[in-house]
Write a protein that binds this ligand. Structure first.
Ligand code: MOS
Length: 747
């Protein structure tokens, strides 16, 4: 590895390469492509929660000015991929995404049951209000609390007892019950909605009867291409997915939703490009959410603070037509050195839409229970929560019995404690005041698998010394393009401003969804592989331009600043442009793939974070103000301290929302969300977000990938909500186990 350039570029707080395009409006999002003959679509949601549509009356809508079509299950063309289904009349349990306009069944309130196409958006909106439905209504079940006894083991766990979703026992079941000091508590996490700034949108266009292009807000162009190719029974190359800019997603672009298929059906039927953007209200039930989850933790420790047993049960909500699962109990298995651990994970199907992974999926919910229980047990032991965690620190993964690839959690604890001023914390709740406000300190630990997948990247080194990379990967906001430019810069030895990284197009080489905090490790590794392949090529061609490279070996050469030189005699050098010229080439064009090797499986790979929070709580009004947050992350080598810092600040902000505000509420009489705008569903705004300080251990993990990075996106939020809840307890002595911690719960 090129150490000189490493220090210079990787880790630099480089500005985002697409920042200017974003702030000037030059960046095009999925609803901003003005195709010729474009028409506008509006989806119509069901107003019942469960039943069948008896009839659709679209006469008035069709008479309305500018309307081209009203499409529902009554007149929609058949989607060929659906016809192959083994269960043509019924989605199988445990099963499959809702198929748009497939039949007359209604599975949840707000299900898209028709789409109206018109020449302008306003005319489509107006006509959408004129479509009338008659229903046969069935009794629905949406109340989680009333039905939580009906949670079931996921199909995946039934089929595969080794699945991470299966029941897990280490040592003795419920050993905590016989411990010297025990806690047992229930924790409730409400439904939360991703609500990124950009609304879900798709512009669908059939170039010919068997060639589809979509500009679609998704987290993966290749997975979406595969999904639509299968759905429409087309060769993969006949489907093109473009998602060049994504205005936040947090996970709701990890699944293809009925509105997308509805727009594609519409485009086929009206034979024009169709643009569909959901309304904010639709974001609450059409594109997934973090599921309502009930948890119970029992934890016991010896009098000197060694955990002897943890039992963790979690039940998460899913829909009746599709099985959604997440890793809610995962960190309980590996975070602390308890000899006895049992976890049980169940899902509860209700007449609601399917949830989808939301930032820190599973772990963020699980950490709320685990890290609060840790705080409760530390309090019962009269131990400092940091000391309690150190007493149960584990130097190997107690679940997999493998060494960690890297783990710098102790360093995170140390830095975080110092920066928040932990020494000022009172062990006794309510022991500190600032004027009339109660002051409390709390902390929570987060972890998430340091995942890496397979990807390929194309690199084209041009005769003018610039280089263009291409990957199908999307960038939902973390600054993927910027990070890739930095990684490329280090590994090919070309300045960042001469590097272009093109992404968000299914025509480009393979990349998985941007999800699970795996993008830098996955795509970055392919960038490195491509750079290495280009360097090999340069080395074989170099002697044509400079004879003295004739016998040079790769490790004897410095690739830097657009030229190669001999490490031992730096005056012997040749520029990349000269090599191309002397070899009569206009470019070097290489696609290289990269995937993790088996060696890395000898280790347990996780990222870690610690969040420290100081809150002020008003004893009379119950208002909680988060006064300061310090977050410290072990996410391997940090490629860009600015964008990585942004990631942490964003995650902490989401965690404050989870702790104090966000709560999607269904009126169970109707099965309908009553929170469906930002007036009723609160997300943190500037006034709610304090000074957030972020720190990185910044030590590389070369087991995970050649850059030494580990994922960061998820650990930014995992552990924040319990840190806030623990700080509220420290301030008030009130233990709130049901999120969000609203003032009514504190007075
Ligand atoms: Mo994230 S929930 O993997 O988008």
């Amino acid at each position: 590895m090129n150490k000189l350039f490493f220090d210079k570029v990787i880790g630099d707080p480089l500005n985002r390469v697409d920042g200017r395009m974003k702030v000037t409006g030059a960046a095009k999002y999925s609803a901003e492509y003005q195709l010729p003959n474009l028409v506008h679509a509006v989806v119509v949601p069901s107003t019942i929660t469960k039943g069948r549509i008896k009839s659709v009356d679209s006469k008035a809508a069709l008479r309305s000015p500018g309307v081209l079509a009203v499409i529902s299950h009554e007149n929609a063309i058949k989607v060929p991929g659906n016809a192959d289904n083994e269960h043509p009349t019924e989605p199988p349990t445990g099963g499959q995404p809702l198929r748009a306009f497939y039949n007359n069944k209604v599975y949840f309130n707000g299900q898209p049951i028709a789409i109206v196409i018109a020449d302008t958006l306003e005319r489509a909106q107006y006509a959408a209000g004129l479509v009338k439905f008659e229903y046969d209504q069935d009794k629905h079940v949406t109340d989680f609390e009333l039905n939580k006894g009906k949670g079931v083991l996921p199909e995946k766990a039934k089929k595969d007892p080794k699945s991470s979703l299966a029941d897990y026992d280490r040592g003795v079941v419920d050993a905590y019950k016989t411990a010297a000091v025990t806690v047992e508590a229930e924790y409730i996490h409400p439904t939360e909605v991703h609500n990124p700034m950009e609304l879900q949108a798709i512009t669908a266009y059939w170039e010919t009867d068997d060639k589809l292009t979509v500009y679609d807000k998704v987290q993966g162009t290749k997975p979406t291409q595969q999904a639509f190719a299968k759905e429409w029974n087309l060769p993969v190359q006949n489907v093109k997915v473009i998602s060049e800019f994504v205005g936040g997603a947090f996970g709701n672009g990890l699944h293809n939703w009925p509105h997308e298929t509805a727009a594609i059906i519409a485009a086929k039927m009206v034979k024009r490009p169709v643009k569909l953007m959901l309304r904010r209200e639709h974001m609450f039930y059409m594109v997934g959410y973090r599921p309502y989850t009930w948890q119970q933790i029992g934890m016991g420790a010896s009098a000197d603070g060694k955990i002897t047993g943890i039992s963790h049960i979690a039940i998460g909500q899913t829909s009746t037509y599709e099985e959604f699962t997440e890793s809610t109990v995962q960190q309980t298995k590996m975070m602390y050195a308890s000899p006895n651990v049992s976890t049980r994970y169940r899902i509860l199907p209700l007449d609601v839409s399917t949830p989808i992974w939301m930032r820190g999926p599973g772990e963020a919910t699980g950490a709320f229970a685990l890290e609060c229980a840790m705080d409760e047990l530390a309090f019962a032991l009269n131990m400092d929560p940091i000391q309690f965690r150190l007493a149960n620190y584990t130097d190997e993964d107690p679940e997999k019995k493998l060494p960690w690839s890297t783990k710098y959690l102790k360093e995170c604890l140390e830095v975080g404690a110092e920066k928040i001023g932990w020494s000022k914390r009172s062990m006794k709740p309510g022991g500190l005041r600032a004027g009339e406000w109660l002051v409390g300190y709390g902390m929570g630990v987060g972890t998430f698998g340091a995942h890496r997948g397979a990807a390929a990247v194309r690199g084209r080194l041009l005769a003018n010394g610039t280089i263009i990379f291409q990957s199908a990967v999307t960038d939902i906001g973390p600054g993927t393009g910027t990070a890739m430019v930095q990684i490329a810069s280090e590994h090919i030895g070309i300045a960042p401003d001469k590097i272009t990284f093109q992404l968000g197009n299914s025509d480009f080489p393979q990349a998985p969804n941007q999800g699970g905090s795996a993008t830098v490790a996955t795509v970055g590794s392919a960038v490195v592989a491509t750079c290495n392949a280009i360097k090999e090529k340069l080395l074989t061609m170099a002697p044509t331009a400079e004879k003295r490279f004739a016998n040079a070996k790769m490790e004897e050469i410095l690739f830097d600043n657009g030229q190669m030189s001999l490490l031992k005699s730096p005056s012997i050098k040749v520029s990349y442009t000269n090599i191309l010229k002397k070899n009569s080439l206009t470019e070097i064009d290489i696609i290289q793939d990269a995937k993790p090797d088996d060696e890395s499986n000898k280790y347990s790979k996780y990222s870690f974070s610690v969040h420290f929070v100081q809150v002020h709580v008003h004893p009379t009004t119950g208002q909680v103000k988060v006064n300061k947050v310090v977050t410290c992350a072990d996410a391997g080598k940090i490629v860009n301290k600015k964008t990585a810092g942004n990631q942490l600040i964003g995650g902490v902000t989401g965690g404050i929302g989870m702790a104090l505000m966000e709560d999607a509420i269904i009126d169970h009489r109707f099965g309908r969300y009553i929170t469906k705008d930002f007036a009723d569903y609160h997300v943190p705004v500037h006034a709610d977000v304090p000074q957030i300080e972020v720190y990185f251990v910044d030590k590389p993990d070369y087991i995970v990938d050649p850059m030494g990075t580990k994922g960061l996106g998820e650990i930014a939020i995992i552990g924040v909500a319990p840190a806030v809840a623990n700080a509220v307890f420290n301030a008030t002595g009130k233990r709130i186990r049901q999120l969000p911690i609203t003032p009514d719960k504190l007075i």
